[in-house]
Write a protein that binds this ligand. Structure first.
Ligand SMILES: [Zn+2]
Length: 186
């Protein structure tokens, strides 16, 4: 069933949502962000570091600060649009951690290690694929042999060259088995 609004209802809906509400003032900063706490400075309301370095995670700023320095972090964040700052901070913290673990290669060392791993796994994958193809062809050959054997059993009176070969092989097998039995019994 369709809803039909009368003109009066529409006016009521639009008029009730029309006056734009005044945004509430931002809450005052209660505790300083971890960056300001470590730098021993007052954390102002519009602190550029506060959104990315909460007081609950002081290690994040300590790590980035040790490698980049506070002024470089602040400068980099100020030069970036706000939408990109979260990723920039994650990247800085990740790279700083890598640099502290490996002072020579930093995150490049991790990348190269992972690249080697990818290459090794790709080689293993190629080998596994080749093995699958090999097994599939073996299976196809076996199936063909089984079909041929079945065919021989169904039509035993039809003789041709391969059939003769088959019989020769079988008689050879009988002879060898016979000699084997003679060895066993004597
Ligand atoms: Zn702050």
């Amino acid at each position: 069933m369709e809803h039909c609004y009368s003109d009066a209802t529409i006016t009521k809906i639009t008029s009730s949502s029309s006056p734009s509400p005044i945004p509430p003032p931002p809450p005052p900063v209660v505790s300083p962000c971890s960056a300001c706490k470590i730098l021993r400075r007052r954390c102002v309301e519009k602190c550029v570091l506060a959104p990315y370095f909460p007081p609950s995670d002081p290690l994040k700023f300590t790590t980035a600060h040790r490698v980049y320095g506070a002024s470089n972090i602040i400068k980099l964040l100020q030069e970036l649009p706000e939408a990109l700052r979260v990723d920039a901070v994650s990247s800085m913290v990740y790279e700083a951690n890598a640099r502290l673990r490996d002072p020579v290669y930093g995150s490049a060392g991790v990348i190269s290690q992972l690249q080697n791993q990818v290459n090794e796994l790709q080689q293993q994958l190629a080998m596994a694929r080749a093995e699958i193809v090999n097994k599939q062809s073996q299976q196809a050959n076996l199936m063909a042999l089984m079909c041929m054997e079945k065919w021989h059993k169904i039509i035993p009176h039809q003789h041709h060259s391969s059939d003769n070969d088959y019989q020769t092989n079988m008689s050879f097998l009988d002879e060898s088995l016979g000699s084997l039995w003679e060895h066993v019994w004597t």
